[in-house]
Design a protein around this ligand. Structure first.
Ligand SMILES: Nc1ncnc2c1ncn2[C@@H]1O[C@H](COP(=O)(O)OP(=O)(O)OP(=O)(O)O)[C@@H](O)[C@H]1O
Length: 241
């Protein structure tokens, strides 16, 4: 199965205020697209619009899959906040999607995924008993459990320590292989490791940044990725000047 890509074309407003102007974005199927840009430029809004979850923003345009089939049921969104249910334990939160859809929860797979994100010893804890980084890994596990062709990730590794972050990047690459991933990140190193495509979103629109050669995930000490990381940070600093 090759996951479909996305085509997003249009502009967004909240009331009379533009969130982002006309943009035209094609997200390649079966690959990672990393989206960076300054705070408030509309990255989260874009992901929420693609997921069909934004009830505040008016979107004038079209969001379609490249195979022309409906997006509904083929998307998973990992939001910027973990959105964990405080009354459910880690396993319950990981299985929330299946539960809401009335499906039989796959507890064995949840246990496997939770082990892969390093939470095997925390499966019966409630969110209030977890650190911020542990909570974020529960949200990651819940997203991975959804097993969708198109995965939207909004700063999915932002709360993790450097070591865990690199491990989770590797894991997400492995488990989402062949999926279409659109990830918002503020971390140039992350984009340089993971992006097949790297885009910078600014008030003026989207601009491409050439990713390092070689397939993701690139090694943390990959010279091309380190060079791209530095060039990307420089580009972001220059654009904010
Ligand atoms: N519910 C809302 N009501 C009014 N304005 C909103 C609402 N949600 C977001 N905005 C505004 O929309 C704009 C885009 O917000 P968004 O969260 O998409 O930005 P972002 O690029 O993801 O920022 P960050 O990198 O800080 O997460 C911001 O100016 C924000 O203030």
């Amino acid at each position: 199965m090759t996951a479909p890509g996305l085509h997003i074309q249009g502009s967004a407003r909240i009331g009379d205020t533009a969130v982002f102007g006309p943009l035209d974005l094609t997200v390649a199927g079966g690959a990672w697209t990393c989206l960076l840009g300054p705070s408030g430029v509309g990255k989260t809004t874009l992901l929420r619009l693609v997921a069909g979850l934004d009830r505040v923003t008016s979107f004038d345009g079209q969001i379609t899959a490249t195979d022309q089939l409906p997006l509904a049921g083929r998307l998973a969104l990992m939001a910027q906040s973990d959105l964990l249910m405080p009354w459910l334990d880690v396993t319950g939160n990981t299985l929330l999607g299946a539960r809401l859809r009335g499906e039989t929860p796959d507890r064995a797979r949840a246990a496997q995924v939770l082990a892969r994100v390093g939470l095997a010893d925390h499966m019966h804890k409630r969110p209030g008993q977890l650190s911020g980084g542990q909570r974020q890994r529960v949200a990651l596990a819940r997203t991975l459990m959804e097993d969708r062709a198109i995965v939207l990730l909004d700063e999915p590794f932002s709360a993790l320590d450097a070591r865990t972050r690199s491990q989770m990047q590797d894991l997400a690459c492995e488990l989402l292989s062949g999926r279409t991933v659109l990830m918002v990140t503020h971390d140039p190193a992350e984009a340089a490791r993971l992006g097949d495509t790297i885009l910078i979103m600014e008030q003026g629109g989207l601009s491409p940044f050439t990713p390092p050669s070689g397939p993701p995930p690139r090694a943390v000490d990959d010279p091309a990725a380190l060079h791209a990381q530095a060039a990307l940070l420089t580009r972001l600093r220059d654009s904010a000047a």
